[in-house]
Every structure is written in structure tokens, then in C-alpha cells.
Design a protein around this ligand. Sequence first.
Ligand SMILES: Cc1cc2nc3c(=O)[nH]c(=O)nc-3n(C[C@H](O)[C@H](O)[C@H](O)COP(=O)(O)O)c2cc1C
Length: 488
Amino acid sequence: MKKYLAILLSLFLMLFGLTACAEDPDSSGSSGGNGTDPPAVTADNVLIAYFSCTGTTEGIAELIAEETGGTLHEILPEVPYTEEDLDYYSGGRADQEQADPTARPAIANSVEDMEGYDVIFLGYPIWHGQAPKIIYTFLESYDFSGKTLIPFCTSHSSSIGTSDDNLHPLAENAEWREGRRFAGTESAETIAQWLEELDLTMKNDVSTFDLASGENGRAPTVTLNSGYEMPVLGLGTYSLHGDTVKNSVRAAIESGVRLIDTASAYGNETEIGEAIREAIEDGIVEREELFVITKIYPGSEMANPEAAIQGCLDRLNIGYVDMMLLHHPDRNDVKTYKAMETFAENGQIRSLGLSNWYIEEIDNFIAEVDIMPALIQNEIHIYYQEQDVVPYMHNLGIVMQAWYPFGGRGHTGEILNDPTILEIAEAHDRTAAQVILRWHLQRGVVAIPGSSDPDHILENISVFDFSLSGEEMQAIAALDRGTKFDWY
Ligand SMILES: Cc1cc2nc3c(=O)[nH]c(=O)nc-3n(C[C@H](O)[C@H](O)[C@H](O)COP(=O)(O)O)c2cc1C
């Protein structure tokens, strides 16, 4: 459940809205950040760590997890507290620990990958007006530098008092937020309201899409870090030319496809521009509803980026380009991207991104540019799933898009006939292509299947009336071979 994120992000970025795909970004979401910005805070990097002996704090922690989509972590004592230990004002174990400033009860478990979390909710019961000493142990066990810590507690009747402030010295380099006490009976609405009031500067969650809001023939959108909305399915046009590509774009638009992907190197921008203008003139679609991506190629184009960018704009001739990508890394890639930034500032390009970009290249790249890339378009398919790259980029707030989602370049037949895919397709009474597209979307990867066949185009945009189970998603994840078909 990412309910809280949905509520929160509506304040910031209109999470996966049902509105036209290219609506104006709001000011809070449109900066795109720069190379030194912290990573985007998403449900993936929210942790709810809590200690609870009798389940009260645990109940609140669960509500927070449900609202935020964050990960729950119960802090377990190495020596569990017995009823006797908890019998307060009896001089028992809990009383003794609370009275002893040096007490640090040992913890039996640890948080896997604490580095991956940016926002940590920390829950505890009030014990004699303070947090239990095991919370002190917890805070001393990790480096919370730069992370946001949000204490919450439950109690019989006491307020949170000084218990949260007294934790600050244990994680001095964290950004501490004011804590909050909850009764055990708190409703989900109260928690949701508190989370909203916290007004966390959470950025867009680009790792999951609101697929339930889609319909066959109308893909939902994902909000890019530029603030613009982009449909999660589109049409790839590599190798399509002349009337073939024009018919393909026309069929796609008539089928409800609103994202068209091209590139300078495809040599078909002129025809695509024509097809789009004709569809607009015929009243089938409005320019603002469409999302058009193009790319600048390495070599001579990137050596003269302004001319190359202007060339794309001129050939497409559709006013502005929704997204421009660098086609591959190149010695002039930063220079080209900076030129694209200038065009973006002038409103001729709305969002910027990259293609064929991997972990080893991204960090250096974003340190040198001002506008955070909104999208990375890579070779991603069932045999090359980029299980490391996808979450890495998502954590940076970058949408991942699969080019050739069915393998492409001579491999489509193999992928569409994969026995696991065929079995799942049969179980859902769908085609292999539909199952594969649905898999991409359910794992948070948007896709641009290419086709010149109107039936296939319609089929490809009709994946919103079924869903794959967790088991099916896992079965497809297991098909990963980790090897590319292409060299990029
Ligand atoms: C050792 C100990 C000390 C406590 N001290 C207080 C207190 O000072 N004020 C209060 O309102 N409740 C106090 N309580 C009650 C707990 O804070 C309360 O029951 C809490 O909701 C339990 O959370 P849990 O179910 O997550 O363990 C104390 C409980 C224990 C075991």
C-alpha cells in the first residue's frame, strides 16, 4: 500500500494522475534537482523501526507502514522481556534499565541495508517517561547521518515529553523531526493526517504505477521528476520508415497510445511529426495529450549539440519535444546534455533523460549536470532484467523504460515463445506479449513496444484488465539470464 505516498505526493507532484499526460508541472516538482541533490525519497527508502513488548507500538508502526508503503522492522531484544521484567514500579528488569544511564540491552536482529533508507520512523513505548534503553542501543548501532528520524511512541497516559529530544545526541547527524505520541487505539485516518502534517519533502515514487487506474486503450501515467506526466506504455518506432511509420503512429494514436518514441538516428522524425500533426488536425488527439521522445546520437550530433537538437525539433515540427535523451554515452555527452538543458529552460524540451546508461556511468554524469535525468531507456527484457540497475535508478527518482521489451533484434520469437511466459499467458487467456508488458509494468518499468501492426499495437495497450500474481512475477524474474542481446 502506497496510500500515504499517494496522498502526500498529490501535494507535490500529482502522483500518477488521470489527467492529460503532459500537463504542466507544479513548481515544487519541476526543478528536476541537480547532481548534488539527495536521492529521491520513495516508499522504498522509508523504514519503520519499532520496539514493542505488548503490541501497542507495533499496531501504530503497522499503520504507518501501510500508509507510507515503507518497510517494517521490529527491534528484537536478544533477551526477550518477560511479564515480570515489564512489571513497572516493581524494581524489575525494565525499571532497572531505565534507571541506569549506561544500560544498553543487546539487540538480536539488524536492519538489512540501512544505507538504503532516508526516512526512519522510530517507535517505542514510554517507559518511565523515556524511550526504552534498547532504543538507545539501536541508535548507536547505525550511522544515521543525513537521514530523517521521526520518533513516535505509545504510552498508558504520558505524553512523549522529553523522550524524543533525549534521543537526539545518539544520532547527532540525523535530521530529527518532532516526535508524536499515539494512543493504542489510533485510527488510520489520524496516522494519515499526521504523515501529511509532517510534510516530508518526499519526491516522486517512480518504482510503482497506479495500474488499476488504467484501462485498455488508456495507459496510466507516471509523474516524472520534471513534474510532467508520461504514459507508462508507448510506441517504439525503431526501423519503421515512410508510410509504415506514419500508419503505425496513426494506429497507435487511434488505439489510445499517447507516448511515441523516436530518435534522430531512426531517420523517421519527419514522418512521425507529420502523422502527429495529421492526427491533431483530424481532431483525434490534442498535442498536450501526447508525449514524444527523441534522442541525440553520439559522434557528429553530440559534437554539435545545438544544431542536432534544433534538427530534431525542426524535423518533428510539433512545437516542443516532451523528452529528449542522449542515445548513448559519448565523450560529448555532458556538453550535449547541457545544451539540452538550455533548450529545456527555453521550453522547447520539457524533460531530459538518457538511454543505454548504467550504474557505473550515472553518478559521475549527474554530478556534472544541473537537471536530474527524468528517464533512462535501456535494454530490458525477461532475459536481461537489470535487477540491479532498475532499483538503483528508481532510488535516484529516475523512471526506467524498456526499449525492445520483447527482446528485439531477432530475439522476439524466442522471448514470446518462452514456456514460462506461454504458461502464464494461457492461464490468463492473454497473449505472451501482454503478459510480458504487464510484467514490465508491475515491476515498475515502463515500456515502448515497437510495432507496425495495428492489431499488435491495440493488443499492447490492452494490459489493464488483468494482473500477474506474486508467484507469476517471481517465475518471470527467475528467467533472467543477465546477458544483453545488444552491445549498448
Ligand atoms: C517499564 C515500563 C514503564 C512504563 N512507564 C510508563 C510511563 O511512564 N507512562 C505511561 O503512560 N505509560 C508507561 N508504561 C506503559 C507503556 O508505555 C504502554 O503500555 C505502551 O503503550 C506499551 O507499548 P507496547 O505494547 O508497544 O510495548 C510503562 C510500561 C512499562 C513496561
